[in-house]
Design a protein around this ligand. Sequence first.
Ligand code: MN
Ligand code: MN
Length: 307
Amino acid sequence: MFMHNKRLMYTVRVSETNPKLASLMLEQFGGPQGELAAAMRYFTQGIAEEDAGRKDLLIDIATEELSHLEVIGTIVAMLTKGAKGKLAEGAEEAAEALTGMTAGGESHTLNLLYGGGPALINSGGAPWTAGYVDSIGDPTCDLRSNIAAEARAKIVYERLINITTDPGIKDALGFLMTREIAHQKSFEKALYSIENNFPAGKLPGMPEFADKYYNMSQGDGDMRGPWNQGDQWEYVDGRDEQAAVDGGDGGASVKLDRIESKAVTQLAERTMSMPDGDPTTGADLGAGPGAGKTKDVGKPAKRSVKK
Ligand code: MN
Ligand code: MN
């Protein structure tokens, strides 16, 4: 169950109307790294979680993210409150109202279409989607994804702080950003509290391939570092050792039944190319200056121009 407390998790003090800034704040309301995406990610993971500790952690953080959603949504509402009032009451000259709302970003959409209330869109106007939630139902995968999501949310808040001069908004964003740091720490601990957390799942990798580094892109700029050198790694840059690594011929085969096999043969024969022919094409017929070498067919004789 959910219970609502009328006090916000962090006090929102906005110094003045600013629809343009409001539309940028929507990034953390209805955007991919935003609070609704975070809440839904952890809420759905928590419902299905088997481990009592992780279940509690996920539902605690999901509920906190909803409280963040309320804070960032309230910032949007405060930034547009004055504009909303004036727009609803027609209290401004049209030209003045137009300038105020089209000063940048999606503020005109936010104000006209959503009446200044926080809309579940990102700062570019794209609607929120469950596609932002990338859970897969394995705790080591989902915790790693959650760690990355918290890191991204932290960065978006940092960028929003850097474009904000309003001290009250900076303060509230600083709180929200800091909480994403705290969440990342919890998720990291939860991941490493699973003794065997790497690789994900139950099946082991094939030992002959787990320690190989394939230098597939070769040339100036090849670099060695701990990611491909040292005891852990066998560095493979021979081209022959990079292909058909199973020791087979590197071809592809499949067993077909009689009907499939006959149909595929017919298909191949019907669409067979003729390497000996040199058919005339539309490019030959229509060739003009700059076409490069083509057949000289069907071209009208050059008219001689008398001077
Ligand atoms: Mn949050
Ligand atoms: Mn978070």
